[in-house]
Design a protein around this ligand. Structure first.
Ligand code: HEC
Length: 163
């Protein structure tokens, strides 16, 4: 026969077990959440490292293929928006965020670099020819490098808009 005192003891035992179960479960879920946030930050570090190596690769491509016209600091020609060259063509504009490069979407910039301005205007006869020999990856790295040189505010707005 379970008397009143035994029932009370069983009830107390039940609550003790319940309390331990709750403590155990909440500890496990904290561990789970912590491991989540560690892997989130690990992921961020990995993607930041990948971005840095793309920017480095892009810088090398820029130095090999673009610097001759767009200049060392990506400043373009000083007179890019007020004069033409002797053939009447546009001078190389700045790519460093001081011009209007950031008004173009990443897709447009990709196409300008890959196919040149002919992509948008078949009659284009100016000096921005395409760089078809570059792989898509190389063009995206060059873009990452170009975007990296923009003032922080413009870069943030741009990446937010197109991410
Ligand atoms: C022979 C000179 C020359 C070379 C080399 C060159 N560019 Fe250009 N680029 C120009 C000129 C000139 C323009 C302006 C086009 C026009 O209006 O005719 C231009 C325009 C651009 C634009 C559009 C900019 C904007 O603000 O609208 C981008 C982007 C660009 N170039 C990227 C590159 C990249 C990246 C490379 C190297 C892979 C490169 N260019 C190599 C001459 C050059």
């Amino acid at each position: 026969m379970i008397n009143f005192f035994m029932r009370k003891k069983l009830l107390i035992l039940f609550f003790i077990i319940l309390a331990f179960t709750i403590i155990y479960l909440s500890k496990r879920s904290n561990e789970f959440l912590n491991s989540q946030s560690i892997s989130d930050s690990e992921e961020k570090i990995i993607s930041a490292e990948a971005l840095i190596s793309r920017i480095d690769a892009g810088r090398a491509i820029y130095e090999a293929k673009c610097i001759s016209c767009h200049g060392e600091d990506l400043k373009g020609n000083k007179f890019w928006n007020i004069r033409k060259d002797i053939d009447g063509n546009n001078l190389p504009p700045p790519l460093n965020g001081s011009g209007h490069t950031w008004h173009h979407s990443p897709d447009q910039l990709f196409n300008i670099i890959k196919y040149g301005l002919n992509y948008f205007d078949p009659n284009y006869d100016g000096n921005m020819r395409g760089f078809n020999e570059l792989s898509d990856d190389e063009i995206y790295s060059t873009l990452d490098f170009i975007i990296f040189t923009w003032p922080e505010e413009i870069r943030e707005q741009y990446t937010k808009k197109y991410q």
